[in-house]
Design a protein around this ligand. Sequence first.
Ligand code: AMP
Length: 396
Amino acid sequence: MKIMAVNAGSSSIKFQLLEMPQEEVIASGVMERIGLEDGIFTIKYDGKKEETHPVLKDHAVGVELLLKSLIEKGILKDLNEIVGVGHRVVQGGEYFKDSCLVDETVVNKIADLADLAPLHNPAHIVGIKAFQKALPNVPQVVVFDTVFHQTMPEEAYMYATPYEWYTKYGIRKYGAHGTSHQYVSQRCAELLNKPLKDTKIIVCHLGNGASLCAVEGGKCKDTSMGLTPLEGIPMGTRSGILDPTVVSYICQKENKTAAEVVNILNKKSGYLGMSGRTNDARDVTAGMEEGDHRCKLTFDVQAKRIVDYIAAYYVYMGGCDAICFTAGMGENVIHLRKNVLDRLAVLGVKLDEERNNVRGKEQEITADDSKIRAFVIPTNEEVMIARDVVRVAKLA
Ligand code: AMP
């Protein structure tokens, strides 16, 4: 059976068409610059990659074009072959404890939660509606990034702010990248050859957005992102944690509003802000290799913070079987993994440099006598979405 996994952003739709339960990718791609004059539609199938530049007036036009292309390219004979659609949703708050079928109440609730994910949730709704229109008889399932983190104990998700902020406004940690953390920790248990319920795993999802997760017995015990994806370690353009006083101080010094300063912390900080180059690890690596101090410092600050979380999670879980690296940087930036793991020698972590010389491939990267094992595990959020569609829509 064929399942479509969708990740709709404000101006883009990423998709993957999977054959389930084999979990084979039949086609994948992205529609970008929706709403602009010069859209981009990239599709990969049968070992081919094609790019066209249609005008994508809105998401509905994008979805129609995508479905039409699947037929024209012979990827599908009939649209009825798609038996379920799964949508990634960034913020499910405390309301959503599992993935679920889409109905009007669900859509309204996702809209209500937009305060906590203003860039993402409204875009997801547009994507859901576009697929509902194009495939009205096909079950649509929403899969939330926050659900996996709902098992965090109260002591881990509460902030020490006035309690009424939590009861009145839902101020607490929600986390993000849950689908990725869940996929990688499950795969890691398989590689460890241990039942998931007996494992203690730390997942480092290091992409343009980045978060760590302490996964005990297959469940999230703590994670580094908070109310929003700004908390945690430094990222491509986000600062991660800092003293909140920085906000009022910069407001005063630069005559800015709090919202403007928070926007800088979200969009102009992290790799971009520190290095003065770009948010891309490749550019910052090039700078480091040219001897640029700020580029080297960017990696060192991030590695130090990653290790702060790993050390805390090691203690919180009472040990750790494995540390996993995933997402764009976790999978590809060899020197960053070394920078992190070398700092953990005190815990008996021993990197194997030859094994670590790998990009985008599943591999153990520690020596055989390392006390904690470390792996590169490419993430696969789409497979998790497709699995949830099959489970929730009872398609198996
Ligand atoms: P993601 O958000 O998971 O797609 O990760 C995107 C980031 O991963 C990029 O901004 C780069 O910093 C990094 N990245 C992706 N591919 C590579 C690569 N081959 N080498 C180094 N860094 C990479």
